[in-house]
Design a protein around this ligand. Sequence first.
Ligand code: ADP
Length: 216
Amino acid sequence: SHELRTPITAIKGSTDILRRGILGELNSTQKDLLETCNKAIERLLNQVNELLDFAKLENGRFELSYGEENIEHIIQEAVNIMEPLITKKRQKLKLELTTQVTMTLDRQRILQVLLNLISNSIKFTPDTGEITIKSYFEAKNVIVEIHDTGMGIPADKQKNIFTKFYQVNNQLNGTGLGLAISKQLVELHGGQIWFDTIEDKGSVFRFMLPTGNGGL
Ligand code: ADP
């Protein structure tokens, strides 16, 4: 993990110094090139992190770091991170959250699941589409849903969607690991993840987490 992350971090640090003009003013072409570099490095870092997470999960060497967390705060944090992308695609975002509750969970890992599901819904929904995030209680569980009005998933591909490295269209963007990792992370919390989808209409990805407190 160190061998992979260290050189990327060094490249990122160096290009950051150049981008900020610390070593001298840049012309606009130089700025554009460094901006492209920066985006590529971020993507590379994300993909390396996904691969490393996945390797750890496969080896059973993955440990959650539990805390008492408000699930709605985590959803809101994910939304704040993703909002610029939603705005860029001129998509509409709706929030219907009704689960102000503290639960025992790994904040970073549930945030990671949310970021993965929300970024997929943005990526696979055309400009001006709609993303809706809901949370509600069902028995002693919290259900979180991410709805989109995107391309959906064809019936014959649906069974593979949580398979590692699987992508419906073999797109260059992404690793095909996000859903496989999300499934394992949710299941490590004692939860479940599933979806409904209609081709050319949209998808709903849902995950359930037990509140563990019994009293709602
Ligand atoms: P990645 O996004 O890196 O390709 P994922 O494991 O997150 O990998 O998703 C696997 C595949 O499932 C995607 O490549 C895409 O084909 C399909 N998919 C996931 N989410 C959606 C969605 N909201 N709408 C349509 N297709 C989706």
